[in-house]
Design a protein around this ligand. Structure first.
Ligand SMILES: *Cc1c(COP(=O)(O)O)cnc(C)c1O
Length: 451
């Protein structure tokens, strides 16, 4: 190892506290120091390269060093680094909002900017809550969320989060909510089997709404894939059914597309698979192609109009972040959308998804692979100790990490979610790299679980 890498590792361990990382363990290892990227590859300070198999934690869309995005950022830097969006605007923020509305499901009309996915979820929560205040229904104040759902780590987002491991510690700080079962077919919370279940998990949402709709403000969920929950894929039609219940019981529907947006599932947004328009849609992660922090909470004219009034009525949406609509981030995002148009990214994706699905089937033959699921290029491979009984590996075994470490030896960087091996490459991944990613992962799973 070079002196430079050693030195960087040393100062990092001395001064940086890493997110979602047990620092005791981290301090005992030499970290990988990533300093470069090109296409789907990341380069470390030792000159090693890795396929970015989980899109730098789900943010990267077309790859690294994408000319259109690089240039958009460089051009913007020559003009303006930042100016507030409180009462004034800037060209990229205005232009991006127009472009986003152009690609969003029909009916979404207004873009509210923030920095991270969690902030944009907070915005959605407060927007939905205040909407009902303005509509003269202040009792509609509670949220319905799904078990295994994940919406970020700020307290509002954790209140509607359904991952015990992350969220139970903070229970005393959270607001009251209603929890509906996850659409987790492999381990159906209702003990049923698809399709004979007729998507009974969606009916559980209806049961809650039927009983409590007068005090319910909104239902929040991730359309089609509960990503952080373990890449859990919803049965076709689930989102549409819940949309209908939301109409029927007059509650807002918030769809969190932070992970699923920007082509991950094969369409620009996952809700398009079911032809659904939510009342509020949340975007983050891939919004800038994986370059810069930027998120957006996008809503309908109906929700927006409820906030209009004379100044002294104080119907204003009292929420905002310092870097909302940052022009460099918005320029990156415009570059991201330009790539989609110029390279027909979505059209070209079908071939990759077909190949991906075909190859994923191979994993089902492995002795300890209990379930393989995907929507587009988002996939989860759930490892089990016993396939018959679906008995999970004990978490202490860290089987997912063992797979990731094996893969790293063969130039593939992935990060598991517990016992679920996650594959979520940039959608711009070239075919030969997609092949390599699958081949290496297959071997890594086999080695970790069968030896
Ligand atoms: C990652 C994620 C978030 C949180 O976004 P951050 O930018 O990490 O705050 C919210 N919702 C979903 C579905 C996510 O996957």
């Amino acid at each position: 190892m070079s002196d430079r890498t050693k030195k960087l590792g040393k100062i990092d361990r001395e001064y940086v506290w890493h997110p979602f990382t047990q620092m005791k363990e981290y301090e005992e290892q030499e970290p990988i120091v990533v300093e470069g990227g090109e296409g789907v590859y990341l380069y470390d300070t030792e000159g090693r390269k890795y396929i970015d198999g989980v899109s730098s934690l789900w943010v990267n869309i077309h790859g690294h060093k994408v000319p259109e995005i690089d240039n958009a950022i460089k051009n913007q830097i020559d003009k303006l680094g930042h100016s507030t969006l409180l009462g004034v605007t800037n060209p990229p923020a205005a232009e991006l909002a127009k472009e986003l509305i152009g690609i969003c499901p029909p009916g979404l009309k207004k873009v509210f900017y923030s920095g991270d996915g969690a902030s944009a979820v907070e915005v959605a929560i407060k927007m939905a809550f205040q909407y009902w205040q303005h509509k003269g229904k202040p009792d509609k104040a509670k949220f319905v969320y799904l078990e295994n759902g994940y919406h970020g780590d700020t307290l509002g987002a954790v209140s509607v989060g359904g991952i015990e491991l992350f969220h139970s510690t903070f229970k005393p700080l959270l607001f009251e909510t209603y929890r509906a079962p996850s659409y987790y077919c492999y381990r159906c919370p209702l003990g049923k089997t698809y399709p004979s279940c007729e998507i009974a998990c969606a009916k559980e949402v209806e049961k809650i709404l039927e009983k409590h709709h007068e005090e319910i403000c909104a239902v929040i969920l991730e359309p089609y894939v509960q990503a952080a929950g373990g890449m859990i894929v919803a049965p076709e039609g689930y989102v549409k059914i819940v949309r209908e219940y939301c109409h029927k019981y007059d509650v807002l529907m918030i769809l969190d597309e932070v992970a699923t947006g920007f082509g991950r599932t094969g369409k620009m947004f996952a809700c398009e698979h079911d032809g659904v328009t939510p009342d509020i849609m949340v975007l983050g992660k891939g919004l800038t192609g994986g370059y810069l922090p930027l998120s957006a909470t996008i809503t309908t004219q109906k929700v927006y109009d409820a906030f209009l009034g004379e100044y002294e009525e104080f119907k204003t949406f009292f929420h905002g972040h310092s870097y909302a609509g940052n022009p460099i981030s918005c320029a990156a995002s415009l570059g991201n959308l330009e790539v989609f148009r110029k390279h027909n990214t979505l059209e070209n994706l079908h071939v990759k998804i077909d190949y991906f699905e075909e190859e994923l089937k191979e994993f089902e033959g492995l002795k300890h692979v209990g379930n393989v699921r995907n929507k587009g290029l988002m996939a989860g491979i759930e490892l089990v100790e016993d396939k018959e009984t679906k008995k999970p590996f004990p978490l202490e075994r860290k089987i997912g990490w063992e797979v990731a470490e094996n893969a790293m030896q063969h130039e593939v960087l992935i990060r598991p979610l517990g016992n679920v091996v996650v594959l979520m490459p940039p959608i711009g991944i070239p075919m030969e790299d997609l092949k390599k990613l699958l081949k290496v992962t297959y071997k890594a799973v086999k080695e970790a679980t069968e030896s």
